[in-house]
Design a protein around this ligand. Structure first.
Ligand code: CUA
Length: 379
């Protein structure tokens, strides 16, 4: 019934109805309270109007039950808003474990999406019906916001970090995507559509290309494993754990930093450890790693992240991880372009220069001078 009014977008996700109900509840309470307060003011101004110049109104003090009532009742009502709101907030913040992860990168002025299979599309998001979808969102330049009104989800795309949004589409159809954060001249053109398809249809769609979508057989995990080789991460991270922490199982684990602080290795920690490795040094290690800021694109970072996460899943420990990494050596294209299947931007990762990245002392951004024995292989 709610959906019949033109000013409500479709209710097309599992949370849409509850978001609307909470919203309606808040509006009804607010309007009712305002009417009661302003109505009482209007009535009392007439009813208790001063009737003569020397009239002294009756003084009323100390009606304890009344004071308690007008404190407790509104408190109860706002606590309902609080509890309901926070419950919904948690529901919206925590993607179910079985959710499929899609990567979303905002840039002036488009949305780039990568599916779990590796397929990419721009300004469109095709998803299977009834399947929880998790979006890992970031931005290449400025703040954007990924907004799907029909799903009642909106999440900022923040340069330099990951944000998470998720939804479960409950109704096939096409719905708007908007950028909901002013991001420059063409902000209002930064729009797109979500297409909710039945799962079989989606599987079919994954195999076909189109003007807006490019098929790839390289999943983010595989692409990440390839990058891990190309950027020489494996020289330090996959040997013996002496030079740098081993990465198998690191995602989601508790990491002890220098100084004793313990943090959870989540997406944002791993990202920071790649682009700003000096920020948090793992206890027992030297700050040896050079920064990869500017060396790897956002797409590439997401792929590296997918690879590191996949190491956690296997729980195979170091040997399995090393095997996973080496199994893709053959497919390496000897080129660090990370976006080979991508129609759009040319600004991506500079080709690897062949410098060994990880053995440079201190925080030099990029090793230009070689350690003496390696000087011969400059090119
Ligand atoms: Cu992107 Cu507004």
């Amino acid at each position: 019934m709610i959906g019949k009014f033109a000013f409500w977008p479709d209710q097309a996700s599992s949370v849409a109805l509850e978001v609307d109900l909470l919203y309606i509840f808040i509006i009804v309470v607010t309007v009712a309270t305002s009417l009661a307060v302003y109505g009482a003011i209007a009535i009392f101004t007439i009813k208790y109007k001063r009737r003569s110049e020397d009239e002294i109104p009756e003084q009323i003090e100390g009606n304890l039950p009344l004071e308690i009532a007008w404190s407790i009742i509104p408190l109860g009502i706002v606590l309902v808003m609080f509890a309901w709101g926070i419950k919904l907030f948690y529901d919206l913040s925590r993607a179910p474990d079985e959710a499929m992860n899609f990567n979303v990168v905002g840039k002036q002025w488009m949305w780039k999406v990568q599916h779990p299979t590796g397929k990419r599309e721009i300004n469109e998001l095709h998803v299977p019906l009834g399947q929880p979808i998790k979006l890992t969102i970031t931005s290449e330049d400025v703040l954007h916001s990924f907004f799907i009104p029909a799903f009642r989800t909106k999440m900022d795309a923040v340069p330099g970090r990951y944000t998470i949004s998720w939804f479960e589409p409950t109704k096939p159809g096409e719905y708007h995507i908007f950028c909901a954060e002013y991001c420059g001249t063409e902000h209002s053109h930064m729009i797109g559509r979500v297409v909710v398809m039945d799962p079989a249809h989606y599987e079919q769609w994954l195999k076909t290309g189109s003007a807006n979508a490019v098929v790839s057989n390289e999943t983010p995990e595989v692409a990440g494993a390839r990058l891990f080789q190309e950027q020489r991460c494996n020289t330090c991270h996959m040997t013996n754990g002496l030079m740098a922490p081993m990465l198998a199982g690191v995602f989601g684990s508790q990491v002890t930093l220098q100084g004793g602080e313990i943090i959870t290795a989540d997406e944002n920690y791993l990202r920071e450890s790649i682009v700003n490795p000096q920020a948090k040094i793992v206890n027992g290690y030297q700050p040896n790693m050079p920064t990869f800021q500017g060396q790897v694109s956002e797409d590439a970072l997401l792929q590296l992240l997918a690879y590191i996460k996949s190491l956690s899943k296997s729980e195979a420990g170091a040997p399995g991880a090393a095997a996973a990494a080496s199994s893709v050596v053959g497919t390496s294209e000897a080129q660090a372009a990370t976006t080979d299947n991508q129609p759009a931007p040319p600004e991506h990762a500079a080709p690897s220069t062949g410098d060994p990245p990880a053995v440079v002392p201190e925080s030099q951004p990029r090793p230009t001078e070689q350690p003496a024995p390696a000087a011969g292989d400059q090119h």
